[in-house]
Design a protein around this ligand. Sequence first.
Ligand SMILES: NC(=O)c1ccc[n+]([C@@H]2O[C@H](COP(=O)([O-])OP(=O)(O)OC[C@H]3O[C@@H](n4cnc5c(N)ncnc54)[C@H](OP(=O)(O)O)[C@@H]3O)[C@@H](O)[C@H]2O)c1
Length: 277
Amino acid sequence: MRIAVIGLGGMGSALAERLLDEGHELEVWNRSPVGAEPFAGRTEVLVDPDAATADAVVVSLADDDSLLQVALPDGQARSAWAGMLVVNASTVAPATQTTLAGAYGDRFVAAPILGAPHAVASGQARWLVGGPAPARSTLAPLWAAFATTTDAGDDPARASVVKLLSNQMLLVGVAMVAETVRLGRAAGLDDDAITELLRDSPMLAPGLANRIDGLVDPDHAGWFTSPLGAKDLTHALGLATDPQPVTTAARDAYLQVAADGWADVDVTALVERGRRR
Ligand SMILES: NC(=O)c1ccc[n+]([C@@H]2O[C@H](COP(=O)([O-])OP(=O)(O)OC[C@H]3O[C@@H](n4cnc5c(N)ncnc54)[C@H](OP(=O)(O)O)[C@@H]3O)[C@@H](O)[C@H]2O)c1
């Protein structure tokens, strides 16, 4: 399948690598040319999203605003993408998926991704796929790039809901364990003892196990930044109208550490809360 990957951040780059490994013909584009440099000479680098000539365009951008700017310039579907299937892999609000479905009609499929970039690159991630059945079926070669696909049905917005609920559990969980680390340190435990506790404890959700090293790493090297975390929790809170104090507190913590200078490192920087970088 010929696939255009639009957006080459951590996730888009990993996805492009995976699709190349799977033998797909690829076109790639990134706003900042430096992001596309690793692909130069290996696949076609587009100068503009309008230059895409693929069967399907897969968009992986930071947030709702960047997605709408690129996929719906001037509020309209890109005429250059006429005839192509349009897949949104970015994590956005359900209403944003509905807006895109309104513009691209039966050619639009929401496909947020569960998994870190390294899981994407190795094919271990999961697609959450929502959209018209014929488009989902035509895109089977794309879904085959990952180990698992969850079918969210015909409504693209539903795929976002499932993705946001999953990330709400992840991000509130990271916020909780960050406080476990802070409490342990305050009580005099060293990081080796805290790490051992976290690795051995049945109280730590399996999905948080790959965050332990990041929590005690002073650089918080990782793959998912606090601004992205705050964005996802804001969207999760938007699923209900009544207050959700635990999720709200976690969202505000991610916003605070980002404002304190930790915006470009992993969400595990939450252990630094209250300290400017
Ligand atoms: N990281 C994860 O573990 C993870 C997991 C699942 C889902 N996701 C979701 O996947 C999406 C991408 O995440 P990521 O980790 O790849 O983020 P990222 O590394 O921060 O990359 C963001 C991408 O968006 C582009 N971008 C931002 N604003 C733009 C604009 N106004 N116009 C055009 N391009 C713009 C950036 O281009 P430049 O290079 O030019 O800045 C870059 O390609 C997000 O929705 C995120 O929530 C991430």
